[in-house]
Design a protein around this ligand. Sequence first.
Ligand SMILES: *[C@@H]1O[C@H](CO)[C@@H](O)[C@H](O)[C@H]1NC(C)=O
Length: 422
Amino acid sequence: MSAGDIRQRHPDGNSNLDEDVVSETKHERKTSGRWIGPFFTALVVSIIAMAVGFILMPSPVESEEFILPDPPELSGPYEPNDILKYAERLYSGKLQGPESIVVDGDHIYVGTADGWVNDIYKGEVRKLVRFGKEPCGGIENENTCGRPLGMRMDKNGFLIVADGYFGLFQVNVVTGDYVQLFSSSTSVNGKQVKLVNDLDFGSDGKIYFTHSSSKWNRNQFPMIFLEGVPNGRLLVYDPETKVVSELMDGLLFANGVQLTKDKSAVLVVETLKARVWRYDIKTRKAFIWTDNMPGFPDNIRYSKSTGTYWVGMAIIRQKGSSLIDVLAPKKWLRGQLAKVMTIKTILSFIKMFSTSGTTAMAVELNENGTAIRSIQDKTGEVIERVSEVESSNGVFYFGSFDGNYLGRLYTKRIPGFNNKNT
Ligand SMILES: *[C@@H]1O[C@H](CO)[C@@H](O)[C@H](O)[C@H]1NC(C)=O
């Protein structure tokens, strides 16, 4: 067909036949318009009504604003690197969420999402003890199953475990027998002790431990963030009197605990403020030891081989794209989001945070809390996330709150990686 043909046909377009078609189309449009109009009006009205209804619905939380400084530039000690790619994954698929690790001779102890404290011996994962009861495995069952989080070996060879739901336990690693030292159902200073998280020992055998919230359980943890009310604490258990007392309050997700090398102070991670406190045992005063970390810190552990403290980043903060940073000052929005937090949405929340392909990072701090180095996996290929760095004779083990393996890194394999003793 040529252009001429079209031009010639055009005048024919005004034939009677075509006119009928046109008027029919017009008619159709008119009829459909007759109901599309009201339909859209009804739709818009109901969307607005639903939105208004949703907004008027009371939020389960009265959210508070909290301020986070802009995340630090990824330079200096945070310079992107792929040192964690020298690591390897052990026991893939045999461990779900080994958050905390204790290495003791030939044994490695890890607590997992199925509620078990496991004893890994000669390459075999053995279930040692569980404080709750079946059903286990799903986050919805954690209230009755339990979730071992922080763990340490005391000087008498007992494994002391902080279970997120039940409290503190002293475990005989030979028999699996245990004694509950502190029950989470006990209030301290009139406030509930929820989400018992991590622990360490003072020189006198006292157990310094954190709980992340006075209101929310571990399987409700996004609520701590959405509410933004800092009511996590540092507590201390006295084995002589069996009394627990409060040392610090007002922490927004209190997490990792580590005594300083000289045992004069307790380092306490405040996850949602991306910082670490130093609580002086003698003066009972606390100050911020390290601030504005490049991620949300989880556990902190002293490493003898490097003579420094290592902090695992649960979630990386990136300028402009860190959801927690963006929502921190928006308390109204967080209050709205809290309305849709069911176990199901919490699970998708976790999935959202757990998507691999983001940077895994652990940060090394010197005795003054200054960051001096970081080890990273930029793409999360080998190590997806670090909840804890447990160091044993220059070998690092990495925990993860949701990975299904134990990470291991021989630091001597890393070119230029300085260990204190090498
Ligand atoms: C820590 O601070 C003290 C006091 O300012 C200083 O003497 C010491 O050298 C610092 N340590 C490091 C590793 O920088």
